[in-house]
Design a protein around this ligand. Structure first.
Ligand code: MN
Length: 231
């Protein structure tokens, strides 16, 4: 193929215990998927799941044991952390039923859905798309992917985030409003999932602002940890 300019490289995430990396197709994100976070955002109840996307090249890939650099983005004065369990799809499909969903999963990772909250809130107020608040450059730090067989019981795992050593968010994945299988069912009714898709499954309560110099360390039990420094 003869291109006008060099095509962008495929974004890929390292895999625990593998030399081959996981090539990323799309990043789907679930909104308000823990009850206590929905409440702190001003909502209650079990609404149908809803989704937004981030571009694959918004990932900040942080190898095991490293601290990634998270640039403080432009235009915001209220830059929030959201610690999330990330599901890595290994086998695509559409209209996947929840009962069949788990076999489509390759593995799991720890991710941060970084958010320009002031811009997101302004877009919400005006009924406009969230892209500027959610889908900006470097908005999706992620740690290595742990294959399902080595990940333990992720559905019951603790999920937590410290900022400068102080706990900001702590919950368990069992508190997801729409669990992993139900999320895949809903998502695959709207889009055909493909191998390489990542799903950020939502954040528990405790979201708050960070500033340059802050060090964020998140974990999901069984998946290791993810650290970034705001620069
Ligand atoms: Mn989120």
């Amino acid at each position: 193929m003869n291109y006008l300019f060099t095509p962008p490289a495929t974004v890929a995430v390292p895999v625990v215990g593998e030399t081959a990396q996981f090539p990323v197709h799309r990043i789907y994100c679930v909104g308000r998927n823990y009850e206590e976070h929905a409440k702190e955002m001003g909502f209650t109840g079990r609404e149908p799941p809803f989704f937004f996307l981030k571009p694959a090249d918004a990932l900040i890939v942080v190898p095991a044991g490293d601290t990634g650099e998270q640039p403080y983005p432009s235009l915001t004065h209220n830059f929030h952390h959201e610690i999330e369990l990330v599901v890595a799809i290994g086998t695509g499909g559409k209209n996947i039923q929840a009962a069949d969903a788990m076999k489509h999963i390759y593995g799991y990772a720890v991710g941060l859905d970084m958010t320009r909250r002031d811009l997101q809130n302004e877009m919400k107020k005006q009924g406009r798309p969230w892209c500027i608040g959610k889908a900006f450059d470097h908005s999706a730090p992620i740690g290595p992917i742990t294959p399902v067989a080595q990940a333990g019981d992720v559905a019951q795992a603790e999920i937590a985030l410290d900022v400068n050593g102080q706990v900001r968010q702590i919950s368990t994945v069992s508190k997801l409003i729409w669990n992993i299988a139900e999320t895949i069912e809903h998502l695959s009714a709207a889009w055909e999932l493909q191998a390489g898709d990542l799903i950020y499954t939502g954040t528990p309560e405790g979201v708050a602002a960070v500033v340059p110099g802050d060090v964020l360390t998140g974990h999901v039990a069984g998946l290791g940890s993810l650290s970034v420094k705001i620069v």
